[in-house]
Design a protein around this ligand. Structure first.
Ligand code: SIN
Length: 403
């Protein structure tokens, strides 16, 4: 490595400040000082954008077997069943621990003790724990508050990781930390760490149309590939069916939970075209819906399809999806009344840096979790709201490993 003007030492280095990096940091802090580097500001992450929620088996009519079966079905034969089982079984405990940390999830109107469980595409039961349409923001702010209070954790904003520091060690490759650029001062530096966690998110910005924030540029994938890690499943990029189609709107997602509450897709002739394409109609798994929208717009020569939310109605829409309805109003669309023009857009990278069940990459001392990692849990197509679950459960396991 070339000389750098700033060198730091910590036990564990975390790259990225979404749910995976923060969850890992909170667990790994038991072993010594943690440094989190994030390339923009602390809450600039895909987590913060997640509207829908966190899938967990909490309803008495639901079961782990059903959630596992739905995940495998959506993954189209490419999921690793052992990882799916682990992730699904931890769902209820995760909801409890986030609630204990202070996350406020929505309760059902008729039972103040019970959580309101939403429905999304591909789920055979209501199991989406949510904070209306700001679930990611609620989880992110809860984790950031816990990190801010932790005496062993330091978070530096505007610090862009440049490359992993990898060399020979213990008979193979070992990661010793990473180099970074402080974007405020222009100074480069080096962090030496016993463990390094890549939690840098996905690759949505490779695509012109995406639901992802601007930070989703796959830096972590590139750094890991340069260092010699295997990548897997990279061809499996999920498209979300319902991104707002509007000339002034940049990357605005209309949550799948809107269809879970009764909205339906129609072509510009008013036909509910999904009814002929899948038994679950507009609530089919999202890869099916995205493909069918693409097929329908090409067949008819249209630029978009319409999301009909009249079945939800204005009042209920505004109550259940306040952020979406406020944003739509900025474009003159009254949610619950007006049809919403939507198109599919790149949403989630199902592949990534190959890891084992504890988040270890092939390089000693280097871990990966969240969207950057290829765990096998999502297969060819991630089941809706399984990402906040996977990005919490697996880094928590990785954080338990002593350096
Ligand atoms: C959504 O709210 O539709 C997105 C949820 C997800 O990507 O799982």
């Amino acid at each position: 490595m070339s000389a750098h003007s700033a060198t730091r030492r910590c036990t564990t280095l975390v790259l990225g400040s979404g749910v995976a990096g923060l969850t890992y940091a909170l667990r790994a802090a038991q072993y010594g000082p943690i440094l989190i580097l994030t390339k923009k500001f602390r809450s600039d992450s895909s987590t913060n954008r997640a509207q829908g929620g966190l899938a967990a088996v909490l309803d008495p009519t639901d079961s782990f077997d059903l959630h596992v079966a739905d995940t495998l079905e959506a993954g189209a034969g490419l999921c690793r069943r052992d990882v799916v089982e682990i992730v699904v079984r931890e769902g209820p405990a995760l909801v409890r621990s986030l609630t204990e940390l202070g996350a406020a999830f929505a309760h059902s109107a008729d039972d103040s003790d019970g959580l309101d469980l939403g429905l999304e595409g591909g789920h055979s039961r209501r199991r989406i724990v949510h904070s209306k349409d700001r679930t990611g923001q609620e989880i992110e702010s809860t984790l950031l508050a816990a990190v801010a209070e932790h005496s062993e954790i330091t978070l530096l904003e505007q610090h862009l990781a440049l490359d992993l520091w990898v060399g020979e060690g213990g008979g193979g490759l070992r990661c010793y930390g990473a180099s970074f650029l402080d974007q405020e001062t222009g100074v480069t530096g080096l962090v030496r760490a016993d463990h390094t966690m890549l939690s840098t998110g996905g690759c949505g910005k490779v695509y012109r149309y995406t639901t992802n924030p601007d930070i989703a540029t796959a830096d972590g994938v590139a750094m890991a590939a340069r260092a010699g890690c295997s990548l897997g499943n990279m061809e499996m990029v999920q498209f979300h069916p319902t991104c707002l189609h509007h000339s002034e709107a940049k990357n605005f997602l209309i949550s799948e939970a809107v269809r879970g509450e009764g909205a339906v897709l129609r072509n510009l002739a008013g036909e509910e075209f999904m009814n002929d394409r899948h038994p679950l109609g507009s609530l089919a798994p999202r890869d099916v819906v995205a493909r069918e929208i693409d097929r329908e717009t090409k067949r008819r020569g249209d630029k978009f399809v319409l999301l009909d939310t009249t079945g939800i109605g204005e009042d209920r829409f505004t109550e259940r999806f306040p952020a979406i309805s406020a944003r739509l109003l900025e474009y003159g669309i009254v949610a619950g009344r007006d049809p919403i023009p939507v198109v599919p857009a790149a949403h989630y990278m199902c592949g990534g840096v190959a890891v084992d069940l504890d988040g270890r990459t092939e390089i000693d001392g280097l871990f990966a979790a969240g969207e950057v990692a290829f765990t096998g849990v999502h297969g060819a197509n991630r089941l809706a709201s399984n990402s906040l679950l996977d990005a919490s459960v697996l880094p928590d396991r990785a954080g338990a490993i002593a350096p």
